[in-house]
Design a protein around this ligand. Structure first.
Ligand SMILES: O=C(O)CCC(=O)C(=O)O
Ligand SMILES: [Fe+2]
Length: 372
């Protein structure tokens, strides 16, 4: 609805009365606009057709929603296991950038493993990112990879947590896909059959670290992008994530504005990736987002995120599926398989930026296709 406003303040956020802040962290400011993601509940989703309808609406309109995981056995496990990753992350990054750079597999053409701090261009000025992250491949930890990558010992010491987190995240993804499958009127099990746990895919857990930035020099930590895969399960505790709402959710006559997504305790943020847009000829939305410095007092803290990216199986061709809800179209000419697509997109953002001049970095930004 063009006349509806996208932003709301904390006080009006879904008429929130519970305290969903994180007790050990400075609070998210109350006086800045936040994106009104629909707040769904996992336990309601299991039994309520209305909740399932809201899931479909959120997936079409914004491509982002909150999922309350509390009071659901799978949800509670995800909450407690994601907390364990928040405990693991600082210890993991204590290994140091030099040690972790041994696990950067960019030169082998892979986006798995470590991405160094300041190694990607985040804007048209050629500025570099302010985060480091580590991609933990599902297939290596489930024993599916023919040639697994080497990973730091600390990850192997946490194999049980990693495996269980993959299983649980994948179970949540499968549940969400089954709801979308029904609303899309696809033959039973279609989307789920493109995302089987034991099939080779680019699924990964990502732990991201962004240290505090100097007050006088705060820049984008993670450049604007859409996720490439199918569904993303995101846990963050400090603000910093922003979305650029679509024109359809922006007040008439106004330009869309980058808007913070406020983290909520007991909830994850789910967003849809490009594969879902491709499967549905644009019925489902993969929305652009980025990470900037956390707002207010939160800017003084180190920000971590724990993310599960679900991707279609490697061999799946990314083209629109057939159903009465999906418009017919002719995008098949450019269709490629999921493995090729994910690699192309991920590596686009991972070009080597060391020793590059400002001009070269600006060109890398243009080539990444994110300038418009
Ligand atoms: O850290 C966040 O809140 C978002 C991270 C993200 O968008 C990504 O890793 O793709
Ligand atoms: Fe993302």
């Amino acid at each position: 609805m063009a006349t509806e406003t996208i932003t709301s303040t904390h006080a009006s956020l879904n008429h929130e009365s519970e305290d969903l802040s994180f007790p050990t962290l400075p609070p998210f400011p109350t006086n800045i606009p936040t994106a009104p993601l629909l707040r769904l509940s996992l336990s309601s989703l299991r039994s309520s057709p209305e909740e399932s309808n809201r899931l479909f609406t959120a997936s079409k309109e914004l491509g982002f929603f909150y999922l309350d995981l509390r009071k659901d056995p799978l949800g509670e496990e995800l909450i407690s296991q994601s907390s364990k990753f928040f405990e693991l992350a600082p210890r993991f990054y204590d290994l140091g950038r030099e040690e972790l750079s041994k696990y950067d597999y960019k030169n082998l053409g892979s986006y798995m493993g470590y991405k160094g701090f300041g190694s990607a261009v985040v804007d048209e000025k050629g500025n570099l990112d302010r985060n480091e992250f580590y991609n933990i491949p599902k297939d290596d930890f489930l024993g599916l990879s023919e040639r697994p990558f080497a990973h730091p010992d600390i990850l192997h010491q946490n194999t049980d947590l990693i495996k269980s987190y993959i299983h649980n995240s994948h179970a949540l993804v499968t549940l969400l896909l089954s709801h979308l499958n029904s609303h899309l009127e696809l033959p039973e099990g279609t989307l789920q059959s493109l995302h089987r746990l034991n099939a080779i895919s680019g699924d990964q857990i990502r732990m991201i670290k962004s240290p505090p930035q100097p007050a006088s020099d705060q820049r984008t930590a993670l450049g604007k992008h859409t996720d490439f895969g199918s569904l993303t399960i995101l846990f963050n505790r400090l603000g910093g994530l922003q979305i650029l709402p679509p024109p359809s959710l922006t007040p008439a006559g106004k330009e869309p504005q980058w808007t913070y997504v406020k983290p909520l305790r007991g909830h994850c943020i789910i967003n849809l990736g490009d594969a879902m847009t491709k499967f549905t000829g644009g019925v489902l939305r993969s929305n652009i987002h980025r990470v900037v410095s956390p707002p207010g007092e939160q800017a003084k803290e180190t920000r971590y995120s724990v993310v599960y990216f679900a991707r279609p199986e490697d061999e799946v061709i990314l083209r629109r599926l057939e159903s009465s809800v999906i418009p017919k179209g002719d995008n098949e000419g450019e269709a490629m398989n999921s493995k090729e697509w994910i690699k192309l997109q991920a590596m686009r953002l991972r070009k080597d930026t060391t020793e590059k001049s400002e001009e070269e970095r600006k060109r890398l930004w243009e080539e990444s296709g994110r300038g418009n």
